[in-house]
Ligand binder design. Structure first.
Ligand SMILES: [Zn+2]
Length: 268
């Protein structure tokens, strides 16, 4: 599943091809995503100029002046830049055709992504209005984490993954950050002191930034590729390493379920 780093890398990869371009037209091959593509979207988009491409959580926001195109990759979606005449494949519901002769094509095999339009500020859109802080901004730090976790009995792992508190810290990155910080994922969020909150917030940023940097080498995959999403495999400290020795202390990495997600941790 695309996580925050993949979405940010997608944003960086698409940005130079989109910003400053006029939209020649849009091609909608089927409207039936989880959130249906608006019927009149083609008319809305035609002729508008793209001012910027931003990200909020795992949503990409295309500023078209008169409004915003809101995109989400769902479970397995991808966005690529292709010559507009490239024949579409079965799972390519949406193209944004640019005056450059290229198009931005959405592939969404599981049809759970989103292509939506809002004329209002996107932060007020129902899908975005309740999103928590961005982990890579200055707003997210140890003080913030300490403040919002007071009195919370939720295990810190699930707390980190609560998108109403912090957006985009997916399962992999929550596991990795807690391992790096030496914090038991089952610890109640409210029991973490200032020092551990500070360490954890810094490591969440580091781990997301490392993932974005690692994915930078896949940027070319967003242009003229064979259609495989540019997701990347990384080396993980603890994620997926059940039964293997901890890279730090040699103890056996264990696995448990928290909120229907797998948690990996070193008992040491
Ligand atoms: Zn260990």
């Amino acid at each position: 599943m695309p996580e925050l780093p993949e979405v940010e890398i997608t944003r960086c990869g698409l940005e130079p091809h989109l910003v400053g371009q006029r939209i020649r037209t849009a091609v909608i091959r089927h409207h039936g995503l989880r959130h249906p593509i608006p019927q009149d979207l083609k008319n809305t988009l035609t002729g508008l100029s793209i001012r910027s491409l931003q990200r909020r959580g795992k949503y990409l926001l295309l500023d078209c002046g008169e409004g915003w195109l809101i995109l989400h990759l769902g479970m397995s979606g991808s966005l690529r830049i292709l010559p507009a005449a490239t024949p579409p494949e079965k799972h390519d519901p949406f193209d944004l055709v640019l005056e450059s002769g290229q198009c931005m094509r959405l592939r969404d095999p599981r049809r759970v992504g989103a292509v939506l339009w809002t004329a209002a500020p996107p932060e007020n859109h129902p899908l975005l209005v309740k999103l928590g802080v961005e982990p890579l901004t200055a707003e997210f730090d140890g003080d913030f984490l300490y403040l919002v976790s007071r009195g919370r009995r939720t295990p810190i792992k699930q707390f980190l993954m609560d998108g109403h508190v912090i957006v985009g810290v997916g399962n992999i990155y929550a596991n990795e950050a807690l391992f790096a910080a030496g914090i038991n994922p089952k610890t109640a969020a409210g029991r973490l002191g200032k020092e551990r909150c500070t360490r954890l917030a810094a490591l969440v940023k580091d781990i997301l930034n490392l993932a974005i940097a690692a994915g930078g080498s896949t940027l070319r995959d967003f242009v003229n590729s064979d259609g495989n999403p540019g997701y990347f495999q990384q080396q993980y400290g603890v994620y997926g390493r059940t039964g293997q020795p901890c890279l730090r202390c040699g103890a056996t990495v264990r696995q448990l379920r928290q909120g229907q997600r797998s948690t990996f941790y070193c008992p040491g």
